[in-house]
Structure formats: structure tokens, C-alpha cells
Design a binder for this molecule. Structure first.
Ligand code: DUC
Ligand code: ZN
Ligand code: ZN
Ligand code: ZN
Length: 475
């Protein structure tokens, strides 16, 4: 029942030190040096980092999207996440137009409960926002502990919310202690640019990027930040890709507004030239917002280092190349948007960030786990290593050199977006609430062992602020 993790280097967002961790049941019961075995199973961690389990704040598992359904479900997706060092995912529950939110939440529970191997929560991803939705929302926040929701400023005639709708959501979220997540791209102008490109016969994948320029992400980010400021609410900009959007976030934060930003591994290491690969292979790299020119990566890394961006989410949204990405042959606008990233998020941030001197070890933990726990109401149960927190731990070997390949990955798709990349570091063993999910690089978990997480309300605002005890957020 008890486990003693001996001699590792424990890393949190604040500290790096050698120590032992005693686990009793699902939680950490002691941390110290030279802890006695007390009959505990002894796990040697000498030479390894012991990190809090990664929290992936942005996944789309088993989600209907773009005329098909994401390939990884809660079983394959969370197994791949665990191999990659992630012990919590917060997945987007897609609601259907005209149907009660509760139905969608029920559907998502059914997708997840017998399949997830690690703990999971849900955000709402609201397809249509109307008076009924606004009326139902507070009850879902309270009863389900779903304290965040995503609004789209793009995908005209599908998901796109107009500005007054976004503003009303921001007001509702403030009142009820929820965090509004926004996909910030100017959908009206994108819609025009796509139609024009297709009319001109420009159908290749690269036109996906050319019809969604960074100016339109910057504009929408600034507009959303202004509305959040006016509403005195809180805003989290998902998948930030470019210098323009980073600039808007920095400006809003410098004025003291509660504006937060996430980027994703693909925007940190891949660029627009991937979309020009021959034989339609560019379709593998179609994300929205799109990959950018390489220059933008520096702005993203600087913002991660300085804390102006708070999180790195995978935006896992995987499709096979064969049969799914191929739906867009002859029309780039029909390529399903998204890619397989859940498994490599953690090591890529370590390898490209810490090893290359762009971020510190503490900042790595902050970005990969701690800030997501704080923003999304899971701290200090998740996202750190303290007595009383869940024993979600990653034993990480920082010396392994390896090459990312689809042939060795655990996601259910037929390609890896980071194929051929050399990385340093690898999770060796991963524990979720005190149980091994990965042990010596082997999967030893069980589908259905992951638990649903009811999350606290966004800290510090609105009449429910007192309920979100313990959850403090960097402002
Ligand atoms: N936005 C996401 O966050 N994920 C998938 C596609 C999209 O547009
Ligand atoms: Zn309320
Ligand atoms: Zn999005
Ligand atoms: Zn997404």
C-alpha cells in the first residue's frame, strides 16, 4: 500500500532538491531526506527528476469535428498522455446546438468513465450560445464542477460567437466564478479569405495558413482582452501562436487585467513550411490557428520564460492522415484541423525549453502542471508535490536521447507531427494517485481507473469567490 520514492531530485514550480517521497494510498504523506521504509515498497529514483504529473489543459478526445471524429479516445489518448508524463487532462465537452448542456456533459462522462487511465476534467465547448444556455450554465458550473468554457471567435456559421455573445458569457463567467477560454481568430475575415483562395483555385494545404494570417489572431486576441477588461472578467486565450497575439496579452496584463495565455508544442517547434510538404503531407500540419513563420517562436518562448504566457497545452485533436486528413484533398478548408500532440508535450517542453536554456526547471513545472492546476481549480490537489496532494508523479530520466517516431508512439494515429525530432529526456515511470500507470516504460494501468475531477471556481472573483479556497493565481 505504501510506496517510498527514494533519492530523486524533486522539482516543483518553486524548488529543486534531493529528497524522498512517501505515498500512502492515493496521496503524498511525507517528504524529507532519509525517510525510513516503514514497510513501504521502495522505488529507486537516484539520477531521476521527480516532477508533479503533467496537467494537459487542452485535449479533444473522441470528439466529432470537421466532418469526422478525433481518432484518439479516452483510452488511447490517456494511455499516450501517461507515457508522455501527463496525469491529468481537461478535455473539451462539445455541446450540440439546441440540446441542453447537461446532455453533452452526460455524453462526455460516458465517453470517459470506463476508458480513462488517468484523472480528467471537462471544459464546456459551447457550439451555440443563447438565452437557454446562459440560464443553464450556472447549474452546470455548480453541480459538475466545470468551471471553464470555450468560446469561438472563428468558424463562421459553425461555432462562431459574435462580440455581444462573448461579452455576455464573460459577464456570466465573472458572476459564477468560471474562466472563459477563447479561440481568438477573426472568423469573418478568414471566411472571406478562404472563399477567395478557393475561387482563385488555391486549394493546397499551405493556403490554410495564408488565409489565417497572424494579424487576424492578434486582432481577435486584443478584442477579446478588451471585452474581458470591460466586463471585469477573466479570459484564457487558448493556442496562442504569434507575436501579435502575445503582444495583446502582455498589454492587457500590464494594465492589471485577468488575461492568461496558452501556447502548444507545435507552435514552439514547427513552422509554416511544414504545410508545403509534397504529396498532400502538408495536411498533417493543419492546425487552427495555423503554424507560423519561424520568427514567431521567439516571442512565444520569451513569453513562456517571463510568465506572460502561463501554460502549454497539447490541443490534442488527432486524425489519421489516411481517410481523415485526406478529406481535404483538393480543398484545404476541408482538412480536419488538429494533430496528435498529447504524448510529446511534456518531453518537448523539457527538451526544447530546459535543455536548450530557454526556461528554467521550475518554470518548466509551472508551465506543464502548476499554472494549469491553479487556473482550472485543481490546486493544490494537483500540479505540485506537497504533503496531502495526490501522488501524481513522473520519474523522469533527463539523460536519455531519443528520436520521436510514429512507430514507437502510443497514440492511435498513423503519423507523428514531430517525426524524426531528436529529444533529450523521457518519463520512466508515472504514478496516478499513488498507482503506477507506467512502470519502467511499460503500461501497467487500467482503463477506467481515471477519475472525474470536479474543479473549484476561478479564484478570487464574484460572489462564489470564497468557495475557491486555496486556489490562488498569479495575476
Ligand atoms: N481549436 C482547437 O482548440 N482545437 C481544435 C481545432 C480548433 O480550432
Ligand atoms: Zn452562481
Ligand atoms: Zn481553437
Ligand atoms: Zn483545441
Amino acid at each position: 500500500m505504501k510506496k517510498l520514492i527514494k533519492g530523486g531530485t524533486i522539482v516543483t514550480a518553486a524548488d529543486v532538491y534531493k529528497g524522498d517521497i512517501l505515498i500512502e494510498g492515493e496521496t503524498i504523506s511525507a517528504i524529507g531526506t532519509d525517510l525510513e521504509d516503514q514497510g513501504a515498497e521502495r522505488i529507486d529514483a537516484v539520477g531521476l527528476y521527480v516532477f508533479p504529473g503533467g496537467i494537459d489543459p487542452h485535449t479533444h478526445l473522441d470528439m466529432p469535428f470537421g466532418g469526422t471524429t478525433t481518432k484518439d479516445d479516452f483510452e488511447t489518448g490517456t494511455i499516450a498522455a501517461a507515457f508522455g508524463g501527463t496525469t491529468t487532462v481537461i478535455d473539451f465537452c462539445l455541446t450540440s446546438k439546441g440540446a441542453p448542456l447537461r446532455e453533452a456533459v452526460q455524453t462526455w462522462h460516458e465517453k470517459a468513465q470506463d476508458r480513462a487511465v488517468i484523472d480528467y476534467g471537462f471544459h464546456l465547448m459551447i457550439g451555440e450560445i443563447n438565452d437557454e444556455v446562459l440560464l443553464e450554465l450556472p447549474g452546470i458550473i455548480a453541480s459538475e464542477g466545470i468551471t471553464s468554457l470555450k468560446v469561438f471567435m472563428a468558424y463562421k456559421n459553425v461555432f462562431q460567437a459574435d462580440d455581444s455573445t462573448l461579452f455576455r458569457i464573460l459577464l456570466t463567467a465573472k458572476e459564477h466564478g468560471a474562466l472563459v477560454m477563447v479561440h481568438a481568430e477573426n472568423g469573418d475575415v478568414i471566411d472571406y479569405l478562404i472563399a477567395k483562395a478557393l475561387a482563385d483555385g488555391n486549394t493546397d494545404p499551405i493556403y490554410h495558413a495564408r488565409t489565417r494570417p497572424p494579424e487576424l489572431e492578434g486582432e481577435a486576441t486584443g478584442r477579446a482582452a478588451s471585452l474581458a477588461a470591460l466586463a471585469d472578467s477573466q479570459l484564457y486565450v487558448v493556442h496562442v501562436t504569434c507575436a501579435e497575439a502575445v503582444g495583446q496579452i502582455i498589454e492587457a496584463r500590464s494594465k492589471g487585467f485577468r488575461v492568461f495565455g496558452e501556447t502548444c508544442p507545435q507552435y514552439l517547434v514547427l513552422d509554416e513550411t511544414c504545410l508545403e510538404k509534397p504529396d498532400f503531407e502538408g495536411a498533417k500540419y493543419v492546425w487552427s490557428p495555423p503554424l507560423r513563420k519561424k520568427e514567431h517562436q521567439e516571442a512565444l518562448w520569451n513569453a513562456l520564460k517571463s510568465g506572460q504566457l502561463q501554460t502549454v497545452g497539447s490541443d490534442q485533436c488527432s486524425f489519421d492522415f489516411k481517410g481523415q486528413k485526406e478529406l481535404g484533398r483538393g480543398d484545404f478548408s476541408k482538412i480536419p484541423n488538429g494533430g496528435p500532440t498529447i504524448e510529446d508535450r511534456f518531453t518537448l517542453l523539457y527538451s526544447e525549453g530546459v535543455r536548450k536554456g530557454r526556461i528554467s526547471l521550475n518554470r518548466f513545472v509551472d508551465l506543464i502542471a502548476t499554472q494549469s492546476a491553479k487556473l482550472f481549480g485543481l490546486f493544490p490537489r494537483k500540479g505540485t508535490i506537497v504533503v496531502g496532494s495526490d501522488a501524481d508523479l513522473v520519474l523522469f530520466d533527463p539523460s536519455v536521447e531519443r528520436t520521436i517516431r510514429a512507430a514507437g508512439h502510443h497514440m492511435a494515429v498513423d503519423y507523428n507531427a514531430f517525426e524524426g525530432m531528436q529529444v533529450t529526456g523521457e518519463p520512466v515511470s508515472v504514478l496516478s494517485r499513488g498507482q503506477f500507470v507506467i512502470r519502467d516504460k511499460q503500461f501497467v494501468g487500467k482503463a477506467g481507473d481515471g477519475q472525474y475531477l470536479r474543479r473549484q471556481r476561478f479564484a478570487g472573483t464574484g460572489p462564489h469567490a470564497a468557495e475557491s479556497r486555496g486556489a490562488t493565481v498569479n495575476r
